[in-house]
Design a protein around this ligand. Sequence first.
Ligand code: SF4
Ligand code: SF4
Length: 424
Amino acid sequence: MDKTLHPVTLDRDLCTGCTTCVKRCPTEAIRVRNKHAIILHDRCIVCSECIRLCPAHAKKAQVDKLADALAAHPYTVALVPPVLYAQFSGLRDRNIALTALLQLGFHAVFEVAEAAEAISAATQEAYQSGALDTPLISSSCPTVRRIIRARFPSLLSSLLPFHSPMELAARAARQRAAEATGLPPGDIGCVYLSPCPAAAAEMCDPLCCDSSAVSAVVSIAELYPRLLTQIKKVTQPQILATASPRGIGWGVSGGESRASFEHVAYLAGDGMENILQTLENVENQQFSTVKFYEFSPCTAGCAGGALTVENPFIARTRLSRIMAHPTELAPHAPIDPALLRWERHMAPAPVLRLGGSIADAMAKLRRIQEQENRFIGMDCGACGAPSCHALAEDIVEGMANEDQCIFLMREKLQKRLYGRQSDL
Ligand code: SF4
Ligand code: SF4
């Protein structure tokens, strides 16, 4: 995967310019210009909404190919999220899927749920010792972190300052593999088997450390057919699992809350529109008793990721059955707690950059307001921007012009042709 490319891309040949995606993007990161969508990458939070909704299937996730990921290092560890198991009907023993991954060419496997458990334990400890102020917001989803820094920067200080399970798993897996093999860490690849393209964004641009320990992100959708075939061939599974049901439960919405804050008031929400609404409530301090918030932009949590193959609700039910199944665990050393914490705090990344000084920002806001006042306020989307306000911002930023508003255009034409204003 070319790490300079954005994880969400557009196939221009497929795009019909219908504007479905423009209206649903939570950070107004899409415009339609010249009958084709354009993604404003610095605004995109890699939520996958446009990938899911595009009727023409023109939006694509850009992740690594399995063959490239396996060939890139002498020794390769698969980082296995809980939701991978839930893609396979009838699978109960995780060791079967883990053994099949070794047979596909991975040298070792690491359950991301083991890292999730370590985060839950550290969260509990920090909460009980009073080391963390509440309310806290889960930082495990890369898209949630990006939403908060773009739209709710006042909540940045509430984010739990621990790496995501994917990042922690990569760090711990590389350390464990280096100790087991004697190989230098640079020879060990850590490949995340991902339910969503947000993991690729996190690998290429980690927000809380200088560089990610993840070397490649492969989609569950690409892996699925090969792994399904291989799972059917496993007769004698090796004992490779290391995580308990507590960590496996993180694969669905509410799993982290149950594992970390079982006896404390928490709120777990999923679905993009629901979580945006709830984040507004949190920002306005509307829930005084809640100590922990867990948000999943995808329906049902990672089970609803855009790169999975199974229906999210079926996947959620399967995961409960997998959790209830007694699985034999391999002995393993605990994850080094020194790997857990962020290396730096996140800075806000407002969707609209207003200018260097307060005076510049105020001047720009005024120009946007003046420009917006010239529009009729229907938010029709015919201009290719999600709202009249967004078109006003684009004009002030030099990215669009007034003639893109069909109503102003009609007015201009009527004036020119008949010398009078439109009735609108
Ligand atoms: S939803 Fe967006 S990407 Fe898909 S066809 Fe319509 S404008 Fe193009
Ligand atoms: S992935 Fe989400 S934030 Fe990015 S362009 Fe698509 S809808 Fe917008």
